[in-house]
Write a protein that binds this ligand. Structure first.
Ligand SMILES: Cc1cc2nc3c(=O)[nH]c(=O)nc-3n(C[C@H](O)[C@H](O)[C@H](O)COP(=O)(O)OP(=O)(O)OC[C@H]3O[C@@H](n4cnc5c(N)ncnc54)[C@H](O)[C@@H]3O)c2cc1C
Length: 414
């Protein structure tokens, strides 16, 4: 049996940071990774560019999880500039683009490579192709896969989102075997499936819109941004941001729909005035009258939806009524949501180990001593924008430092 001070399960975002911090604080560290390479998920973040940090101040408004206040405190517990300086010290330099932060390389793979080389040069051993399936605690010692033992164990094996990237929820099974439970798990930051009949026509269409998630008739979420239609439903940042709420509501068998306002009331008035004038002029088909009010395919889908013949050359009153009807629908298109795109397509997991079960400075479990839990294993997930990685970095940095007996200046009250 090979013995280490600290074993970290999972060489992802939080695990690699925990490893670097633990090794730099003098511990003998082993990181075990299921996949053939460490940090595979990091390389696909931000569409391959890695939206690496967030400096959002209003964290309470962008977090899901049972304890939003605790999540926000943790998020802010390492000030943004200190986090940036830490990353600079390990060769990861950051640029800001429209309020989002990326590595200056704009290549997520460079973030992964730097983390892995710094972890190795700090003294961490990383073993890949090692699927941890068994963890036992006996006499104050953790035994992992009956092969490795340690005094302190850091669980950084992520959540359930994107099993193809190594995260299939095994973290929760392993934690359960150590007596640690978790809240219900849902996919989040994924697309939504709708039963709109004409999705094929609008597959690939992108549009800026106000979207509202309606749950049993109440507006549960509202955001403006780019939505993307596909063959199964809709995606895009505002849709992804409300998908966790939708997933929870669907599991509770509540009625879920998405209201999409492609056009505003102001657009409506300007467009109707122009349509009226052209109708009075005469000679236009419905399609010609509506060309340019929104994406052509989307307008065509609305005509199909309302069984309107695009070639129709209506009179003034009929034309105004039909065009008005289509414009009104684009002001408030309601799509019934029948499901989410699931963990296979989700970017994060909603749910996990409750934050009040761990010390929020050290991330040591309150009952199971010497067990530390980081990143997506915890019950906190955030909207898009670098927030989930920020949470992973902070929890990994804290857990690694404290497990190795180090200290951090900016502790928060627990
Ligand atoms: C496509 C995509 C894009 C994203 N883009 C962004 C973005 O731009 N910005 C952002 O902030 N967030 C982004 N996220 C979310 C972010 O990547 C995660 O929240 C973050 O990586 C979670 O870190 P973690 O350390 O908890 O787990 P992970 O980074 O998921 O790492 C867990 C590691 O544990 C390993 N593992 C799992 N089980 C075992 C086991 N039994 N034995 C051994 N190893 C195991 C896994 O293989 C994996 O390497 C994205 C996610 C996805 C899927």
């Amino acid at each position: 049996m090979k013995n280490y001070d600290i074993i970290i399960i999972g060489a992802g975002a939080s695990g690699l940071l925990a490893g670097i911090c633990a090794a730099r604080n003098g511990s003998d560290v082993l990181i075990l990774e299921k996949l053939s390479k460490p940090g595979k998920k990091i390389t696909v973040t931000g569409n391959g560019k890695c939206n690496i940090f967030s400096d959002r101040e209003d964290v309470e408004n962008i977090v899901n999880g049972r304890d939003k206040e605790a999540a926000a405190r943790i998020f802010k517990s390492i000030p943004f500039d200190i986090l940036v300086r830490f990353f600079e010290s390990i060769g990861i330099f950051v640029l800001e683009k429209g309020g989002y932060y990326y590595p200056v390389s704009l290549q997520a793979s460079t973030v992964r490579d730097n983390l892995v080389t710094v972890a190795a040069s700090s003294g961490c051993s990383i073993i890949c192709d090692c699927d941890v399936t068994d963890v036992k605690e006996t006499n104050g010692c953790f035994v992992v896969n009956k092969e490795y033992s340690c005094k302190k164990l850091i669980m950084s094996a992520g959540g359930m989102a994107r099993p193809d990237l190594g995260t299939d929820g095994s973290s929760f099974k392993l934690l359960k075997s150590l007596g640690v439970d978790h809240t219900e798990l849902y996919p989040a930051l994924c697309g939504l499936i709708t039963d709109f009949k004409h999705l094929k026509v609008i597959d690939g269409v992108r549009h800026y819109a106000d979207i509202s998630l309606m749950v049993d008739g109440y507006e549960a979420f509202k955001e403006h941004g780019e939505i993307i239609f596909n063959k199964k439903g809709i995606s895009g940042i505002p849709v992804m941001n409300c998908s966790g709420i939708a997933a929870r509501a669907l599991r509770r068998k509540l009625d879920v729909s998405i209201r999409i306002a492609v056009l505003t009331q102001r657009d409506r008035e300007i467009m109707l005035k122009s349509i009226w004038e052209r109708l009075v002029e005469g000679g236009y088909t419905i399609e010609e009258l509506l060309t340019g009010i929104a994406n052509r395919k989307l307008v065509y889908a609305m005509m199909l939806h309302m069984k309107v013949d695009p070639e129709l050359r209506p009179g003034v009153d009929d034309g105004f009524r039909i065009a008005g009807h289509i414009i009104d629908t684009l002001c408030c298109l309601t799509l019934h949501v029948t499901g989410t795109m699931g963990f296979e397509n989700a970017q994060v997991t909603n749910g996990g180990v409750r934050l009040d079960e761990v010390n929020n400075n050290t991330f040591e479990h309150k009952r199971v001593k010497n067990l530390y839990i980081t990143g997506e294993c915890l019950d906190a997930d955030f909207v898009c924008g670098g927030n989930n990685l920020t949470f992973a970095w902070i929890t990994g940095l804290r857990a690694g430092t404290y497990a190795a007996g180090g200290i951090i200046d900016s502790d928060i009250c627990n």
